[in-house]
Design a protein around this ligand. Structure first.
Ligand code: ATP
Ligand code: MG
Length: 571
Protein backbone atom coordinates (compact mmCIF):
# COMPACT_ATOMS: atom_id res chain seq x y z
CA UNK A 1 0.00 0.00 0.00
CA UNK A 2 1.40 3.41 -0.87
CA UNK A 3 1.52 6.20 1.65
CA UNK A 4 1.41 8.75 -1.15
CA UNK A 5 -1.88 10.37 -1.91
CA UNK A 6 -3.44 8.81 -4.96
CA UNK A 7 -3.42 11.00 -8.07
CA UNK A 8 -7.05 11.86 -8.73
CA UNK A 9 -8.90 11.43 -11.97
CA UNK A 10 -9.78 14.77 -13.46
CA UNK A 11 -12.43 16.59 -11.45
CA UNK A 12 -11.99 14.36 -8.38
CA UNK A 13 -10.30 15.33 -5.15
CA UNK A 14 -7.17 13.46 -4.20
CA UNK A 15 -7.64 10.60 -1.79
CA UNK A 16 -5.58 9.85 1.26
CA UNK A 17 -4.32 6.26 1.43
CA UNK A 18 -7.13 5.17 3.77
CA UNK A 19 -9.80 6.58 1.46
CA UNK A 20 -8.11 4.74 -1.40
CA UNK A 21 -8.33 1.46 0.55
CA UNK A 22 -12.00 2.03 1.34
CA UNK A 23 -12.82 2.79 -2.30
CA UNK A 24 -11.02 -0.34 -3.43
CA UNK A 25 -12.84 -2.46 -0.84
CA UNK A 26 -16.16 -0.99 -1.90
CA UNK A 27 -15.39 -1.61 -5.55
CA UNK A 28 -14.59 -5.25 -4.72
CA UNK A 29 -17.78 -5.62 -2.72
CA UNK A 30 -15.92 -6.54 0.44
CA UNK A 31 -18.08 -7.02 3.57
CA UNK A 32 -21.18 -6.61 1.41
CA UNK A 33 -20.19 -3.06 0.53
CA UNK A 34 -20.53 -1.88 4.13
CA UNK A 35 -18.29 0.75 5.72
CA UNK A 36 -18.22 0.76 9.50
CA UNK A 37 -15.59 2.41 11.66
CA UNK A 38 -15.24 3.12 15.36
CA UNK A 39 -13.47 5.64 17.54
CA UNK A 40 -12.12 3.61 20.49
CA UNK A 41 -10.86 5.85 23.32
CA UNK A 42 -9.88 4.44 26.65
CA UNK A 43 -11.82 6.50 29.23
CA UNK A 44 -8.69 7.22 31.26
CA UNK A 45 -8.28 10.92 30.46
CA UNK A 46 -9.54 13.78 28.34
CA UNK A 47 -9.06 13.77 24.58
CA UNK A 48 -6.15 15.67 23.08
CA UNK A 49 -5.59 17.14 19.63
CA UNK A 50 -4.01 13.84 18.54
CA UNK A 51 -7.33 12.14 19.22
CA UNK A 52 -8.99 14.82 17.07
CA UNK A 53 -6.92 13.53 14.17
CA UNK A 54 -8.21 9.99 14.76
CA UNK A 55 -11.79 11.27 15.24
CA UNK A 56 -11.75 13.20 11.95
CA UNK A 57 -10.62 10.07 10.14
CA UNK A 58 -12.94 7.56 11.85
CA UNK A 59 -16.04 9.74 11.61
CA UNK A 60 -14.97 11.37 8.35
CA UNK A 61 -14.57 8.06 6.48
CA UNK A 62 -17.99 6.87 7.69
CA UNK A 63 -19.62 10.14 6.64
CA UNK A 64 -17.89 10.20 3.26
CA UNK A 65 -18.84 6.63 2.31
CA UNK A 66 -22.36 6.48 3.75
CA UNK A 67 -21.26 4.24 6.61
CA UNK A 68 -21.51 4.46 10.34
CA UNK A 69 -18.94 5.30 13.01
CA UNK A 70 -19.61 4.05 16.52
CA UNK A 71 -18.10 5.31 19.72
CA UNK A 72 -16.51 2.51 21.67
CA UNK A 73 -15.04 2.99 25.10
CA UNK A 74 -12.10 0.67 25.40
CA UNK A 75 -12.58 0.08 29.11
CA UNK A 76 -10.61 -3.06 29.86
CA UNK A 77 -8.44 -1.63 32.62
CA UNK A 78 -10.56 -0.59 35.62
CA UNK A 79 -7.56 0.90 37.45
CA UNK A 80 -7.36 4.02 35.29
CA UNK A 81 -10.90 4.46 34.01
CA UNK A 82 -13.71 6.71 35.13
CA UNK A 83 -17.16 7.91 33.99
CA UNK A 84 -16.01 11.54 34.24
CA UNK A 85 -13.86 10.80 31.21
CA UNK A 86 -16.70 9.10 29.36
CA UNK A 87 -18.82 12.26 29.57
CA UNK A 88 -15.96 14.57 28.60
CA UNK A 89 -15.07 12.44 25.58
CA UNK A 90 -18.67 12.59 24.33
CA UNK A 91 -18.76 16.39 24.72
CA UNK A 92 -15.54 16.80 22.76
CA UNK A 93 -16.62 14.61 19.84
CA UNK A 94 -19.90 16.51 19.54
CA UNK A 95 -18.10 19.83 19.73
CA UNK A 96 -16.01 18.73 16.76
CA UNK A 97 -19.29 18.27 14.90
CA UNK A 98 -19.63 14.48 14.77
CA UNK A 99 -22.46 12.11 15.65
CA UNK A 100 -21.81 8.47 16.46
CA UNK A 101 -24.13 5.64 15.51
CA UNK A 102 -24.07 3.67 18.75
CA UNK A 103 -22.17 3.92 21.98
CA UNK A 104 -20.47 0.64 22.90
CA UNK A 105 -18.20 -0.40 25.72
CA UNK A 106 -15.56 -3.11 25.46
CA UNK A 107 -16.87 -4.13 28.89
CA UNK A 108 -20.15 -5.10 27.17
CA UNK A 109 -18.17 -7.92 25.58
CA UNK A 110 -16.55 -9.32 28.72
CA UNK A 111 -18.78 -12.41 28.57
CA UNK A 112 -18.18 -12.97 24.83
CA UNK A 113 -14.45 -12.55 25.35
CA UNK A 114 -14.49 -14.94 28.28
CA UNK A 115 -16.33 -17.52 26.19
CA UNK A 116 -13.84 -17.13 23.38
CA UNK A 117 -10.89 -17.50 25.77
CA UNK A 118 -12.53 -20.65 27.12
CA UNK A 119 -12.85 -21.98 23.55
CA UNK A 120 -9.16 -21.33 23.00
CA UNK A 121 -8.28 -23.22 26.18
CA UNK A 122 -10.45 -26.15 25.11
CA UNK A 123 -8.74 -26.14 21.70
CA UNK A 124 -5.35 -26.36 23.45
CA UNK A 125 -4.48 -22.81 22.35
CA UNK A 126 -4.30 -21.06 25.72
CA UNK A 127 -2.87 -21.92 29.12
CA UNK A 128 -2.59 -20.57 32.62
CA UNK A 129 0.91 -19.45 33.50
CA UNK A 130 1.87 -19.12 37.17
CA UNK A 131 5.19 -17.42 36.60
CA UNK A 132 5.83 -13.83 37.58
CA UNK A 133 5.67 -11.14 34.91
CA UNK A 134 9.48 -10.78 35.23
CA UNK A 135 10.01 -14.47 34.51
CA UNK A 136 7.65 -14.30 31.56
CA UNK A 137 9.46 -11.25 30.19
CA UNK A 138 12.85 -12.97 30.57
CA UNK A 139 11.67 -15.97 28.58
CA UNK A 140 10.45 -13.84 25.67
CA UNK A 141 13.81 -13.83 23.91
CA UNK A 142 14.79 -11.14 21.42
CA UNK A 143 13.72 -10.52 17.83
CA UNK A 144 16.70 -12.60 16.68
CA UNK A 145 16.64 -15.18 19.46
CA UNK A 146 13.75 -17.54 20.14
CA UNK A 147 11.99 -17.44 23.49
CA UNK A 148 11.81 -20.24 26.04
CA UNK A 149 8.69 -22.30 26.75
CA UNK A 150 6.98 -21.74 30.06
CA UNK A 151 7.02 -24.81 32.34
CA UNK A 152 3.21 -24.45 32.47
CA UNK A 153 2.76 -24.45 28.69
CA UNK A 154 1.51 -28.03 28.46
CA UNK A 155 -0.82 -27.96 31.42
CA UNK A 156 -3.88 -30.19 30.78
CA UNK A 157 -7.01 -28.48 29.43
CA UNK A 158 -9.15 -29.35 32.47
CA UNK A 159 -6.65 -27.76 34.85
CA UNK A 160 -6.46 -24.64 32.66
CA UNK A 161 -10.25 -24.31 32.68
CA UNK A 162 -10.41 -24.71 36.45
CA UNK A 163 -7.70 -22.13 37.10
CA UNK A 164 -9.16 -19.69 34.56
CA UNK A 165 -12.44 -19.86 36.50
CA UNK A 166 -10.60 -19.24 39.73
CA UNK A 167 -8.93 -16.18 38.22
CA UNK A 168 -12.38 -14.67 38.11
CA UNK A 169 -13.80 -15.74 41.46
CA UNK A 170 -11.38 -14.00 43.77
CA UNK A 171 -9.40 -17.15 44.64
CA UNK A 172 -6.33 -15.97 42.76
CA UNK A 173 -4.34 -12.92 43.85
CA UNK A 174 -3.41 -10.14 41.43
CA UNK A 175 -0.24 -11.13 39.58
CA UNK A 176 -0.40 -14.76 40.72
CA UNK A 177 -1.39 -16.15 37.31
CA UNK A 178 -2.24 -15.04 33.79
CA UNK A 179 -3.85 -16.66 30.78
CA UNK A 180 -1.57 -16.81 27.73
CA UNK A 181 -2.36 -17.70 24.15
CA UNK A 182 -0.25 -20.65 23.03
CA UNK A 183 1.13 -19.56 19.68
CA UNK A 184 4.84 -19.61 18.87
CA UNK A 185 7.72 -18.75 21.18
CA UNK A 186 10.12 -18.65 18.21
CA UNK A 187 8.11 -16.32 15.98
CA UNK A 188 10.03 -13.33 14.67
CA UNK A 189 7.07 -11.16 15.66
CA UNK A 190 7.47 -10.88 19.42
CA UNK A 191 3.74 -10.37 19.84
CA UNK A 192 3.22 -14.02 18.84
CA UNK A 193 5.35 -15.35 21.67
CA UNK A 194 2.51 -16.59 23.82
CA UNK A 195 0.96 -13.18 24.55
CA UNK A 196 -0.80 -12.63 27.86
CA UNK A 197 -4.53 -12.35 27.19
CA UNK A 198 -6.03 -12.21 30.69
CA UNK A 199 -4.84 -10.91 34.06
CA UNK A 200 -6.41 -10.47 37.50
CA UNK A 201 -7.43 -7.00 38.74
CA UNK A 202 -9.37 -6.38 41.95
CA UNK A 203 -10.13 -2.68 41.44
CA UNK A 204 -13.89 -2.34 40.77
CA UNK A 205 -14.78 -1.50 37.18
CA UNK A 206 -16.60 1.79 36.44
CA UNK A 207 -19.43 -0.13 34.76
CA UNK A 208 -19.31 -3.78 35.80
CA UNK A 209 -18.30 -3.20 39.41
CA UNK A 210 -17.04 -6.41 41.03
CA UNK A 211 -18.54 -8.85 38.54
CA UNK A 212 -15.18 -9.55 36.95
CA UNK A 213 -11.76 -10.14 38.42
CA UNK A 214 -10.16 -11.45 35.22
CA UNK A 215 -9.75 -8.77 32.56
CA UNK A 216 -8.76 -9.16 28.89
CA UNK A 217 -5.62 -7.43 27.63
CA UNK A 218 -5.84 -4.80 24.86
CA UNK A 219 -4.75 -7.18 22.08
CA UNK A 220 -7.34 -9.74 23.05
CA UNK A 221 -10.16 -7.23 23.42
CA UNK A 222 -9.68 -4.76 20.60
CA UNK A 223 -9.95 -6.87 17.45
CA UNK A 224 -12.70 -9.03 18.90
CA UNK A 225 -14.70 -5.94 19.89
CA UNK A 226 -14.35 -4.76 16.29
CA UNK A 227 -15.62 -8.16 15.19
CA UNK A 228 -18.61 -8.30 17.56
CA UNK A 229 -19.74 -4.87 16.34
CA UNK A 230 -19.25 -5.49 12.63
CA UNK A 231 -16.46 -2.95 12.10
CA UNK A 232 -15.05 -3.14 8.57
CA UNK A 233 -12.16 -0.67 8.75
CA UNK A 234 -10.40 -0.50 12.10
CA UNK A 235 -8.20 2.59 11.91
CA UNK A 236 -5.44 3.14 14.43
CA UNK A 237 -2.01 4.67 14.79
CA UNK A 238 1.24 3.24 13.46
CA UNK A 239 2.50 1.75 16.69
CA UNK A 240 -0.17 -0.93 16.28
CA UNK A 241 1.18 -2.05 12.92
CA UNK A 242 3.27 -4.76 14.62
CA UNK A 243 0.16 -5.93 16.49
CA UNK A 244 -1.78 -6.46 13.26
CA UNK A 245 -0.70 -10.10 12.65
CA UNK A 246 -1.91 -10.95 16.16
CA UNK A 247 -5.13 -9.01 15.55
CA UNK A 248 -5.66 -11.21 12.48
CA UNK A 249 -4.68 -14.40 14.31
CA UNK A 250 -7.31 -13.85 17.01
CA UNK A 251 -9.96 -13.08 14.37
CA UNK A 252 -9.03 -16.22 12.39
CA UNK A 253 -9.33 -18.38 15.49
CA UNK A 254 -12.57 -16.73 16.52
CA UNK A 255 -14.04 -17.37 13.09
CA UNK A 256 -13.30 -21.10 13.50
CA UNK A 257 -15.69 -21.11 16.42
CA UNK A 258 -18.31 -19.07 14.54
CA UNK A 259 -18.54 -20.52 11.02
CA UNK A 260 -22.07 -19.11 10.71
CA UNK A 261 -20.62 -15.57 10.42
CA UNK A 262 -19.68 -16.08 6.76
CA UNK A 263 -16.98 -14.04 5.06
CA UNK A 264 -17.21 -10.91 7.20
CA UNK A 265 -14.03 -9.78 8.91
CA UNK A 266 -12.60 -6.49 10.13
CA UNK A 267 -9.26 -5.18 8.88
CA UNK A 268 -6.87 -2.93 10.71
CA UNK A 269 -5.12 -0.01 8.97
CA UNK A 270 -2.56 2.25 10.55
CA UNK A 271 -1.78 5.95 10.04
CA UNK A 272 0.77 8.32 11.56
CA UNK A 273 -0.01 9.80 14.96
CA UNK A 274 -0.02 13.52 15.53
CA UNK A 275 2.83 14.99 17.53
CA UNK A 276 3.10 18.73 18.05
CA UNK A 277 6.05 20.88 19.02
CA UNK A 278 6.25 22.41 22.53
CA UNK A 279 3.73 20.05 24.06
CA UNK A 280 3.21 16.43 25.08
CA UNK A 281 0.54 14.14 23.70
CA UNK A 282 0.25 11.42 26.28
CA UNK A 283 -2.73 11.10 28.57
CA UNK A 284 -0.49 9.79 31.33
CA UNK A 285 1.64 12.93 31.27
CA UNK A 286 -1.33 15.26 30.87
CA UNK A 287 -2.98 13.60 33.87
CA UNK A 288 0.18 14.20 35.86
CA UNK A 289 0.11 17.92 35.00
CA UNK A 290 -3.50 18.10 36.21
CA UNK A 291 -3.02 16.01 39.37
CA UNK A 292 0.05 17.97 40.44
CA UNK A 293 -1.65 21.32 39.78
CA UNK A 294 0.96 22.30 37.24
CA UNK A 295 -1.97 23.51 35.12
CA UNK A 296 -5.42 24.61 36.27
CA UNK A 297 -7.19 21.51 34.94
CA UNK A 298 -7.76 19.41 31.81
CA UNK A 299 -9.23 22.50 30.14
CA UNK A 300 -6.39 24.84 31.03
CA UNK A 301 -5.98 26.87 27.83
CA UNK A 302 -2.33 25.82 27.64
CA UNK A 303 -3.22 22.13 27.48
CA UNK A 304 -3.24 20.32 24.11
CA UNK A 305 -6.61 18.82 25.07
CA UNK A 306 -9.66 19.46 22.93
CA UNK A 307 -11.38 21.16 25.89
CA UNK A 308 -8.20 23.22 26.45
CA UNK A 309 -8.26 24.45 22.87
CA UNK A 310 -11.99 25.17 23.15
CA UNK A 311 -11.46 27.27 26.26
CA UNK A 312 -8.52 29.00 24.60
CA UNK A 313 -10.79 30.19 21.76
CA UNK A 314 -10.05 27.63 19.05
CA UNK A 315 -13.05 26.82 16.86
CA UNK A 316 -13.95 23.34 15.59
CA UNK A 317 -13.45 24.66 12.04
CA UNK A 318 -9.87 25.69 12.81
CA UNK A 319 -9.10 22.22 14.10
CA UNK A 320 -10.63 20.62 11.01
CA UNK A 321 -8.56 22.88 8.76
CA UNK A 322 -5.43 21.97 10.66
CA UNK A 323 -6.12 18.23 10.44
CA UNK A 324 -6.85 18.56 6.70
CA UNK A 325 -3.55 20.33 6.20
CA UNK A 326 -1.41 17.75 7.99
CA UNK A 327 -3.15 14.79 6.30
CA UNK A 328 -2.73 11.06 6.93
CA UNK A 329 0.42 9.19 5.98
CA UNK A 330 2.55 6.24 7.08
CA UNK A 331 5.44 8.37 8.39
CA UNK A 332 5.64 9.61 11.95
CA UNK A 333 6.92 13.12 12.52
CA UNK A 334 6.34 16.22 14.59
CA UNK A 335 4.17 19.08 13.39
CA UNK A 336 5.09 22.71 14.01
CA UNK A 337 2.70 24.28 16.51
CA UNK A 338 2.73 27.38 14.29
CA UNK A 339 0.65 25.50 11.72
CA UNK A 340 -2.14 25.08 14.25
CA UNK A 341 -1.92 28.78 15.11
CA UNK A 342 -2.08 29.61 11.43
CA UNK A 343 -5.37 27.70 11.13
CA UNK A 344 -7.09 29.50 14.00
CA UNK A 345 -5.80 32.86 12.83
CA UNK A 346 -7.19 32.24 9.39
CA UNK A 347 -10.58 31.18 10.76
CA UNK A 348 -10.90 34.07 13.21
CA UNK A 349 -9.70 36.60 10.66
CA UNK A 350 -12.84 35.76 8.70
CA UNK A 351 -15.19 35.62 11.70
CA UNK A 352 -14.07 37.62 14.71
CA UNK A 353 -15.44 41.04 15.54
CA UNK A 354 -12.80 43.77 15.81
CA UNK A 355 -12.79 45.66 19.08
CA UNK A 356 -10.41 47.89 21.00
CA UNK A 357 -8.60 46.83 24.14
CA UNK A 358 -5.60 48.41 25.80
CA UNK A 359 -3.58 45.83 27.70
CA UNK A 360 -0.97 48.10 29.29
CA UNK A 361 -2.74 51.45 29.54
CA UNK A 362 -1.29 54.93 29.84
CA UNK A 363 -3.48 58.03 29.80
CA UNK A 364 -3.59 60.29 26.74
CA UNK A 365 -5.19 63.72 27.18
CA UNK A 366 -6.35 65.60 24.07
CA UNK A 367 -5.83 69.08 25.47
CA UNK A 368 -7.77 70.99 22.79
CA UNK A 369 -10.80 68.67 22.90
CA UNK A 370 -13.74 70.06 24.90
CA UNK A 371 -14.12 68.74 28.43
CA UNK A 372 -17.30 66.74 28.96
CA UNK A 373 -17.86 66.15 25.24
CA UNK A 374 -18.41 62.63 23.89
CA UNK A 375 -18.57 61.63 20.24
CA UNK A 376 -19.73 58.22 19.08
CA UNK A 377 -17.35 56.98 16.39
CA UNK A 378 -18.21 54.27 13.91
CA UNK A 379 -16.07 51.13 14.05
CA UNK A 380 -16.20 48.43 11.36
CA UNK A 381 -16.85 45.02 12.93
CA UNK A 382 -14.95 43.02 10.37
CA UNK A 383 -13.25 44.40 7.27
CA UNK A 384 -13.28 40.83 5.85
CA UNK A 385 -17.05 40.60 6.11
CA UNK A 386 -19.21 43.58 5.22
CA UNK A 387 -22.34 41.86 6.51
CA UNK A 388 -20.88 41.96 10.03
CA UNK A 389 -21.80 45.68 10.14
CA UNK A 390 -20.48 48.35 12.47
CA UNK A 391 -20.64 49.35 16.13
CA UNK A 392 -20.04 52.59 17.98
CA UNK A 393 -17.13 53.49 20.23
CA UNK A 394 -17.11 56.54 22.48
CA UNK A 395 -14.38 59.16 21.99
CA UNK A 396 -13.62 61.83 24.58
CA UNK A 397 -10.88 64.09 25.91
CA UNK A 398 -9.19 61.43 28.04
CA UNK A 399 -8.18 58.17 26.46
CA UNK A 400 -6.03 55.16 27.20
CA UNK A 401 -3.42 53.98 24.74
CA UNK A 402 -0.79 51.25 24.99
CA UNK A 403 2.29 52.27 26.92
CA UNK A 404 4.47 50.68 24.25
CA UNK A 405 2.84 52.89 21.60
CA UNK A 406 4.68 55.90 22.99
CA UNK A 407 8.38 56.72 22.92
CA UNK A 408 9.94 59.97 24.05
CA UNK A 409 13.10 59.98 21.95
CA UNK A 410 11.94 57.88 19.07
CA UNK A 411 14.01 56.83 16.09
CA UNK A 412 12.77 57.90 12.65
CA UNK A 413 11.09 54.60 11.93
CA UNK A 414 8.97 54.62 15.09
CA UNK A 415 5.55 55.21 13.53
CA UNK A 416 3.66 55.47 16.77
CA UNK A 417 3.32 58.36 19.23
CA UNK A 418 6.26 60.64 19.94
CA UNK A 419 6.41 64.39 20.59
CA UNK A 420 6.02 66.56 17.50
CA UNK A 421 4.75 63.88 15.09
CA UNK A 422 1.25 63.10 13.92
CA UNK A 423 -0.43 59.78 14.41
CA UNK A 424 -3.93 58.53 13.65
CA UNK A 425 -6.30 57.35 16.36
CA UNK A 426 -8.27 54.50 14.77
CA UNK A 427 -11.83 55.52 13.73
CA UNK A 428 -11.30 59.01 15.22
CA UNK A 429 -8.87 61.88 14.59
CA UNK A 430 -5.29 62.60 13.69
CA UNK A 431 -3.47 63.90 16.77
CA UNK A 432 -0.05 65.37 17.44
CA UNK A 433 1.78 64.69 20.70
CA UNK A 434 2.74 67.84 22.61
CA UNK A 435 4.42 66.51 25.74
CA UNK A 436 4.25 64.22 28.77
CA UNK A 437 3.94 64.31 32.54
CA UNK A 438 6.17 62.10 34.65
CA UNK A 439 5.90 60.87 38.21
CA UNK A 440 8.69 61.24 40.77
CA UNK A 441 10.33 58.05 39.59
CA UNK A 442 10.49 59.40 36.06
CA UNK A 443 7.75 57.15 34.67
CA UNK A 444 5.33 58.68 32.21
CA UNK A 445 1.95 59.16 33.88
CA UNK A 446 0.17 61.16 31.18
CA UNK A 447 0.73 61.98 27.54
CA UNK A 448 -0.60 65.16 25.97
CA UNK A 449 -1.72 65.70 22.40
CA UNK A 450 -3.79 68.05 20.26
CA UNK A 451 -6.31 66.84 17.71
CA UNK A 452 -7.15 68.30 14.32
CA UNK A 453 -10.97 68.59 14.15
CA UNK A 454 -10.88 68.42 10.34
CA UNK A 455 -9.41 64.93 10.34
CA UNK A 456 -12.35 63.06 11.81
CA UNK A 457 -12.63 59.62 10.26
CA UNK A 458 -14.62 59.87 7.04
CA UNK A 459 -13.87 63.57 6.40
CA UNK A 460 -11.66 64.46 3.39
CA UNK A 461 -8.80 65.69 5.58
CA UNK A 462 -8.71 62.33 7.35
CA UNK A 463 -6.96 60.94 4.29
CA UNK A 464 -3.88 62.95 5.16
CA UNK A 465 -0.81 60.80 5.01
CA UNK A 466 0.08 59.64 8.51
CA UNK A 467 2.25 56.60 9.05
CA UNK A 468 0.92 55.13 12.29
CA UNK A 469 -2.55 54.19 13.53
CA UNK A 470 -3.14 53.50 17.21
CA UNK A 471 -6.02 51.89 19.06
CA UNK A 472 -7.45 53.53 22.15
CA UNK A 473 -10.41 53.50 24.55
CA UNK A 474 -12.11 56.37 26.34
CA UNK A 475 -11.29 56.61 30.06
CA UNK A 476 -14.84 57.52 31.01
CA UNK A 477 -16.47 54.86 28.85
CA UNK A 478 -14.24 51.82 29.08
CA UNK A 479 -14.36 48.76 31.32
CA UNK A 480 -11.58 47.06 33.23
CA UNK A 481 -10.80 43.43 32.44
CA UNK A 482 -8.37 40.68 33.27
CA UNK A 483 -6.47 39.36 30.29
CA UNK A 484 -4.60 36.07 30.35
CA UNK A 485 -1.70 35.79 27.97
CA UNK A 486 -0.65 32.24 27.17
CA UNK A 487 2.57 31.03 25.74
CA UNK A 488 3.82 27.55 24.86
CA UNK A 489 3.52 25.07 27.73
CA UNK A 490 7.04 23.67 27.34
CA UNK A 491 10.25 25.50 26.65
CA UNK A 492 11.76 22.78 24.48
CA UNK A 493 10.54 21.80 21.04
CA UNK A 494 10.06 18.10 21.71
CA UNK A 495 9.72 17.40 25.45
CA UNK A 496 9.07 13.69 24.84
CA UNK A 497 12.48 13.32 23.24
CA UNK A 498 14.35 14.43 26.36
CA UNK A 499 14.33 10.95 27.84
CA UNK A 500 16.85 11.69 30.62
CA UNK A 501 14.91 14.62 32.01
CA UNK A 502 11.65 14.66 33.92
CA UNK A 503 9.24 16.32 31.48
CA UNK A 504 7.91 18.48 34.31
CA UNK A 505 11.26 20.25 34.51
CA UNK A 506 10.83 21.31 30.89
CA UNK A 507 7.70 23.38 31.51
CA UNK A 508 7.89 26.98 30.34
CA UNK A 509 7.85 29.14 33.51
CA UNK A 510 6.36 32.03 31.50
CA UNK A 511 3.52 30.13 29.90
CA UNK A 512 0.90 32.27 31.65
CA UNK A 513 0.97 36.00 32.27
CA UNK A 514 -2.07 37.61 33.90
CA UNK A 515 -2.82 41.29 33.32
CA UNK A 516 -5.47 42.61 35.68
CA UNK A 517 -5.89 46.26 34.68
CA UNK A 518 -6.61 46.11 30.99
CA UNK A 519 -9.05 48.63 29.53
CA UNK A 520 -11.61 47.45 27.01
CA UNK A 521 -14.30 49.22 25.06
CA UNK A 522 -17.87 49.07 26.33
CA UNK A 523 -19.01 47.00 23.36
CA UNK A 524 -17.54 43.98 25.20
CA UNK A 525 -19.83 44.45 28.20
CA UNK A 526 -22.21 41.70 27.11
CA UNK A 527 -19.72 39.38 25.48
CA UNK A 528 -20.69 35.76 25.99
CA UNK A 529 -18.48 32.96 27.34
CA UNK A 530 -16.19 31.58 24.62
CA UNK A 531 -17.11 34.38 22.16
CA UNK A 532 -14.16 35.28 19.92
CA UNK A 533 -12.86 38.78 19.22
CA UNK A 534 -9.95 40.44 17.58
CA UNK A 535 -8.36 43.01 19.87
CA UNK A 536 -7.12 45.29 17.10
CA UNK A 537 -3.37 45.36 16.59
CA UNK A 538 -2.88 42.74 19.33
CA UNK A 539 -4.42 39.37 18.62
CA UNK A 540 -7.44 37.13 18.93
CA UNK A 541 -9.04 36.77 22.35
CA UNK A 542 -12.08 35.04 23.74
CA UNK A 543 -14.19 35.31 26.85
CA UNK A 544 -13.14 32.81 29.50
CA UNK A 545 -16.01 30.71 30.92
CA UNK A 546 -15.10 32.08 34.39
CA UNK A 547 -15.76 35.64 33.21
CA UNK A 548 -18.55 37.51 35.03
CA UNK A 549 -20.10 40.94 34.42
CA UNK A 550 -18.33 42.25 37.51
CA UNK A 551 -15.05 40.59 36.56
CA UNK A 552 -14.46 40.21 32.86
CA UNK A 553 -11.79 37.72 31.85
CA UNK A 554 -10.33 37.25 28.38
CA UNK A 555 -7.92 34.62 27.07
CA UNK A 556 -5.45 35.28 24.32
CA UNK A 557 -6.13 32.64 21.70
CA UNK A 558 -3.26 33.65 19.44
CA UNK A 559 -1.33 36.81 18.63
CA UNK A 560 -1.79 38.55 15.29
CA UNK A 561 1.69 37.88 14.04
CA UNK A 562 1.80 34.84 11.84
CA UNK A 563 5.06 33.12 12.51
CA UNK A 564 3.96 30.27 10.24
CA UNK A 565 4.01 32.51 7.17
CA UNK A 566 7.58 33.40 7.99
CA UNK A 567 8.47 29.74 8.25
CA UNK A 568 6.75 29.07 4.93
CA UNK A 569 8.56 31.93 3.23
CA UNK A 570 11.91 30.57 4.33
CA UNK A 571 11.31 27.26 2.53
P1 ATP B 1 -2.27 8.30 24.82
O1 ATP B 1 -1.03 7.61 24.33
O2 ATP B 1 -2.28 9.76 24.68
O3 ATP B 1 -2.68 7.85 26.19
P2 ATP B 1 -3.93 6.40 23.61
O4 ATP B 1 -3.53 5.92 22.27
O5 ATP B 1 -3.67 5.51 24.75
O6 ATP B 1 -3.38 7.85 23.82
P3 ATP B 1 -6.68 5.94 23.27
O7 ATP B 1 -7.76 6.43 24.11
O8 ATP B 1 -6.35 4.50 23.28
O9 ATP B 1 -5.44 6.80 23.65
O10 ATP B 1 -6.86 6.43 21.76
C1 ATP B 1 -8.04 6.35 21.03
C2 ATP B 1 -7.71 6.44 19.57
O11 ATP B 1 -7.03 7.65 19.30
C3 ATP B 1 -6.80 5.32 19.12
O12 ATP B 1 -7.30 4.80 17.91
C4 ATP B 1 -5.48 5.98 18.94
O13 ATP B 1 -4.74 5.33 17.94
C5 ATP B 1 -5.86 7.40 18.57
N1 ATP B 1 -4.80 8.33 18.97
C6 ATP B 1 -4.27 8.50 20.18
N2 ATP B 1 -3.28 9.40 20.17
C7 ATP B 1 -3.19 9.84 18.89
C8 ATP B 1 -2.37 10.80 18.22
N3 ATP B 1 -1.43 11.48 18.87
N4 ATP B 1 -2.57 10.99 16.90
C9 ATP B 1 -3.51 10.31 16.24
N5 ATP B 1 -4.33 9.41 16.80
C10 ATP B 1 -4.17 9.17 18.11
MG1 MG C 1 -4.48 3.40 24.17
Amino acid sequence: MSEENIVPEEGKKSLNFIEAVVEKDLAEGMNDGRVQTRFPPEPNGYLHIGHAKAICLDFGIAREYGGVCNLRFDDTNPIKEDTEYVDAIMDDIQWLGYKWGNVYYASDYFQHLWDYATDLIKAGKAYIDEQTSEQIAQQKGTPTQAGVHSPFRDRPVEENLELFNKMNTGEIAEGQMVLRAKIDMANSNMHFRDPIIYRVIYTPHHRTGNTWKAYPMYDFAHGQSDYFEGVTHSLCTLEFEVHRPLYDWFIDELKHFRPEDGTYRPHQYEFNRLNLTYTVMSKRKLLQLVKENLVSGWDDPRMPTICGFRRRGYTPESIHKFIDRIGYTKCDGIIDHALLEHSIREDLNAKAKRVSAVLDPVKLVITNYPEGKTEMMEAVNNPEDESAGVHEIAFSRELYIEREDFMEDAPKKFFRMTPGREVRLKNAYIVKCTGVKKDEAGNISEIYAEYDPLTKSGMPESNRKVKGTLHWVSVAHCLTAEVRLYDRLFSVENPSEEKDLDFRNLLNPDSLKILTACKIEKELENAQPLENFQFQRIGYFNVDPDSKPEKLIFNRTVSLKDSWNKIKDKD
